[in-house]
Every structure is written in structure tokens, then in C-alpha cells.
Design a protein around this ligand. Structure first.
Ligand code: BDR
Ligand code: CA
Length: 310
């Protein structure tokens, strides 16, 4: 079986951590590297979190640091959800793994050009690194199979009424990605709000009783406490792993090909992903927008991944 080549760009983050877990131990993937963006916390912290997760789960991939701030905006973090460290809730053993010395943007460009097969690019944070790579070396588009991203919403946002966090942190970067010629699949809040880590899910994963379930349970307990305080939810939405779960089993989601554009005006809708699902504007479709998820299938994929770390 030919493995799908993958780069994961993320800002761990509780849900990013589970996306790394999913991508890091699946037969169908050749994970070429993890590139780190700023977002849920400062780059220093999201970077250390990526190292800790990969070391703890013995995922042997390079981890490269990216841009320290968004392209235009000042940095906005999500410490209300992810805490002081960006990954509160788990005490990792002493860290021995170190960063790959290449800058994420250069790693992305070089890895794409060097790969014989096209590479799938997954983003679960603000898209500053990918946008910068696209600007620096526009020809990388010929080497990208597709971009699968967690971000945006065709309904309402989670940071403003209009905008979702990953897009609002760096709307200009999102614009560069959405308006590029690459195939883009957008998995927004409309989908990820349906996969809530309810107490029954925590119990189900805890019963597996291995190191990955220990990580999952301890991280999700803090994630859920924060989601309850901020959004009044009984279970936090496990946004980011839907990207990787979709690549593991594409029947997980239904998508619609539609025109999608980022609001770059500095008004109340700054950072909104305007998805023209009904084709009102008769513009070219540029995005596969996810609009349906098989929730039970998703939890089965999470469970299988946790079990694979035995
Ligand atoms: C996104 O924002 C971050 O806090 C999460 O990690 C996820 O990528 C959800 O809006
Ligand atoms: Ca994230």
C-alpha cells in the first residue's frame, strides 16, 4: 500500500495533541514532519508541546518552529481554553527531544520539492507558515496533493459572532491559502462542534488503559473544564483530529464544493469564512466545505488510534 505523505502544521493545544496522536501511528501515513505555528499559545510553548507529545508517544518525526506571529495582526492566544502552557493537564517526563533546526517555512518548501509524490498538508492552527511558504515559493502548489484544514465556520464563530479562532488569528494567511490554486478542504466549527468529548467518551477511552488513553483522559479533563467555563459545554468539541480522521476514512465527512472567501475588512465580520453553499454569487468553487460528519465513526477512529499505542 502506498502511504499518504503528510505534513501537519499545528499549534498544540489539547485537540492538536490528539491530531498528532492520530497522524503519528497510522499505517496509511508517512508523516514527514510537524511544523509548529503560534496560536493557542506563543510559539515557544506550542513548540515545546509538540516536542513533548511526539517524545511521549514515540513519534519519530522532525518538529520545526515556524513564524512567531501572524502575517499582519498582533498575536491573539487561546489560554482561556488551553491554559498557561497551551497544554495544561498532563505532566510529561523530562524532555530530551530537540527541534529540527530548519525553519518551518523552509522545511515545508524543501520537503515538498524533494518528495517524489505529492504531499497532503494538514493545518490545525493559524495558517501563517503555509501562507508564507506559498508566497516564498509559489511553485509548491504543484507538490501539494491537497490542504485539509480545521478552521472557519459556515455558521457562527467561536471568538466573534462571525469568526473562528484559527482564521481570526491570521485572516490574511487564510486568504492566501483559500485563494491559492491548491485543493482546499475546510472542516469548520459546524462539523467539529458535533464531536463533543462527553463524559461517556472520556470513560470509553479511559477503559483502554494505555499511555495514549492516559494522555487523552488527562488532557480532555482540563479541556472540558475550560470549555464548560467559557462556553457552558458538557464536553469540549474535539476540533482538530477531524482533519486526520477524514484522511483515515474519507467517508467520515460529506463535503460540498463551493466558493469560500475570507472577510478581510476590519469590521465586525473580520476573519469570517464566507462559504457560498447555495452559489448565490456564481463564483468559482475553490473549497470543499464539510457539512456532515458521522459522529460514531469518528469516535471509533479515535479509539482505534489510542489502542494502536499499546
Ligand atoms: C481551533 O482553535 C484552537 O483553539 C483549537 O486548537 C482549534 O484548532 C478551534 O476553533
Ligand atoms: Ca489547533
Amino acid at each position: 500500500m502506498t502511504k499518504r505523505k503528510l505534513i501537519l502544521d499545528c499549534d498544540p493545544g489539547h485537540d492538536d495533541a490528539i491530531a498528532i496522536m492520530l497522524a503519528g501511528n497510522h499505517d496509511g501515513f508517512d508523516l514527514l514532519g510537524i511544523t509548529v505555528s503560534t496560536g493557542n499559545q506563543t510559539l515557544k510553548k506550542t513548540g515545546i508541546n509538540a516536542l513533548n507529545i511526539t517524545q511521549f508517544l514515540t513519534i519519530d518525526v522532525p518538529v520545526c518552529l515556524g513564524l512567531e506571529r501572524p502575517l499582519v495582526r498582533d498575536l491573539q492566544i487561546a489560554d482561556d481554553i488551553h491554559g498557561e502552557s497551551g497544554l495544561d493537564g498532563f505532566n510529561f517526563p523530562p524532555l530530551h527531544k530537540s527541534f529540527d533546526q530548519r525553519h518551518a517555512v523552509d522545511f515545508i518548501i524543501d520537503t515538498l520539492f524533494e518528495s517524489k509524490e505529492k504531499v497532503t498538508f494538514v493545518t490545525t492552527g493559524p495558517m501563517s507558515n503555509l501562507a508564507m511558504a506559498l508566497r516564498k515559493a509559489p511553485k509548491i502548489v504543484d507538490h501539494i496533493e491537497e490542504v485539509v484544514l480545521m478552521g472557519g465556520a459556515h455558521g457562527y464563530g467561536n471568538v466573534t459572532p462571525a469568526a473562528e479562532f484559527n482564521i481570526l488569528v491570521d485572516p490574511e494567511a487564510a486568504h492566501i491559502v483559500f485563494s491559492s490554486p491548491v485543493k482546499v478542504t475546510m472542516i469548520g466549527l459546524d462539523i467539529t462542534r458535533q464531536v463533543q468529548v462527553l463524559p461517556k467518551i472520556v470513560k470509553r477511552m479511559a477503559a483502554i488503559n494505555n499511555k495514549a488513553s492516559d494522555l487523552f483522559v488527562k488532557l480532555m479533563n482540563v479541556f472540558n473544564e475550560n470549555q464548560a467555563r467559557v462556553f457552558g459545554l458538557k464536553g469540549g468539541p474535539l476540533h482538530d483530529p477531524v482533519t486526520i480522521a477524514y484522511l483515515i476514512d474519507p467517508s467520515l465527512l460529506k463535503t460540498k464544493h463551493a466558493h469560500c472567501e475570507i472577510d478581510l475588512s476590519h469590521g465586525i465580520s473580520y476573519g469570517r469564512t464566507n462559504c457560498d453553499l447555495f452559489d448565490y454569487l456564481k463564483q468559482d468553487a475553490n473549497t470543499f466545505v464539510a457539512h456532515h460528519i458521522d459522529v460514531e465513526k469518528f469516535w471509533n477512529i479515535i479509539e482505534r488510534s489510542i489502542r494502536s499505542y499499546d
